[in-house]
Design a protein around this ligand. Structure first.
Ligand SMILES: Cc1cc2nc3c(=O)[nH]c(=O)nc-3n(C[C@H](O)[C@H](O)[C@H](O)COP(=O)(O)O)c2cc1C
Length: 335
């Protein structure tokens, strides 16, 4: 994937409402995995022609030779779209892995994610089949939990053995500018000796940006630390997942324009969300902190300052955030 357009804000298409929608997640085998991003761009073109007209919100993921697609909208329209998609020769076999109804959890008509995971088709397929066998049995897990379990399953054995697959800390870092969030994930990977997983994301236009994460145990609790690019915050898929983040740590740069732009993006991403993560602030100096406080106040954003640190000092940043993690103790159980 190449980045073709500058970092423009993703339009915020919809606020969640009390309107009840049908939510379906399916997985299918990709017919031709060569040039899959070009295929996804073609699908996006069709989706952007149709989805906004009929109130469909959708997200498409490619991973390990599989498509995973999450569709939300009114019952009849979702059924019609799934029938149309099932006839599409670009994939085969449609496994339903989630079905529920409730408020919109995807906020945009389109977002997509490409994963360079080296996991094979069969291993991924085993998760698809296990989840598809649970559909219709008991209370469904939220769609966000299904997406996480399918495309970014926790690898730590402590969680694998637990009955609650979502009970781990999710701490997300986002920098106003530069590589601070991604350097921190690489630094943690070196410290704990666990690998970095990366993903590419795109929204409704040509934008494409990265995220990366690493997992480890801290004080006996499983943690996932995720770095996201600023533009990712407002992509549909990420916006839906942010409800389950424990902390969103913002790394400010000292460049007033960039720093204000980051806060604006966070404000946009939080619009109408039923729950939002606690926002922690790392700024390089006191004047930057004053600016951040002022802008955050105008957006009604509550922020907790964790220190005046350089965005490139991964060790110091992690130690400051780790102190806050220690204060909260155990990860939240999934709802
Ligand atoms: C995995 C997958 C997901 C798709 N998602 C959508 C979608 O959300 N909306 C849509 O209109 N088409 C989607 N499509 C494309 C449809 O199958 C179909 O090609 C398209 O809607 C036809 O419209 P067009 O003739 O205007 O291009 C998807 C296709 C695949 C393979």
């Amino acid at each position: 994937m190449t980045s073709l357009t500058p970092d423009q804000p993703e339009p915020v298409f919809a606020r969640p409402s009390e309107e009840e929608v049908e939510r379906v997640i399916c997985a299918s085998l990709v017919s031709d995995t060569r040039g899959v991003y070009a295929t996804m761009e073609q699908i996006r073109e069709s989706a952007m022609r149709h989805n906004p007209l009929v109130g469909i919100h959708a997200a498409l993921v490619y991973q390990s030779g599989w498509f995973v697609y999450w569709i939300e909208g009114s019952r009849g329209v979702v059924r019609e779209l799934l029938e149309r998609i099932s006839l599409d020769s670009r994939h085969q076999a449609q496994y339903v892995v989630h079905r529920s109804s409730g408020r919109h959890m995807l906020m945009t008509p389109w977002s997509m994610m490409l994963s360079p995971s080296r996991e094979g088709r069969e291993a991924f397929g085993r998760r698809v089949i296990a989840l598809s066998e649970q559909v219709g049995r008991g209370t469904p897990s939220p769609p966000t939990s299904i997406i996480r379990r399918l495309v970014m399953p926790m690898r730590l054995t402590k969680v694998l053995r637990s009955t609650d697959p979502d009970a781990y800390h999710r701490v997300v870092f986002c920098a106003a500018t530069g590589d601070g969030a991604f350097s921190l994930v690489r630094w943690l990977s070196d410290q704990y000796g666990t690998p970095v997983e990366s993903r590419r994301h795109a929204g409704t236009a040509n934008l494409d940006s990265a995220s990366a994460y690493v997992e480890f145990l801290h004080s006996g609790y499983p943690c996932r630390v995720i770095a996201v690019a600023r533009s990712n915050l407002t992509h549909g898929l990420h916006r839906s997942l942010l409800q389950d983040w424990r902390f969103l740590v913002l790394l400010f740069s000292g460049d007033p324009k960039r720093d204000a732009a980051l806060l604006e993006r966070v404000h946009e991403a939080f619009q109408g969300m039923p729950s939002t993560p606690e926002v922690l602030v790392v700024s390089p100096d006191a004047p930057t902190q004053v600016l951040v406080d002022d802008v955050a106040r105008t957006y009604g954003l509550a922020c907790l300052e964790v220190g005046h640190l350089s965005e490139l000092d991964s060790a110091a940043i992690w130690f400051a955030v780790r102190d806050r993690l220690d204060q909260i103790g155990a990860p939240r159980p999934s709802v």
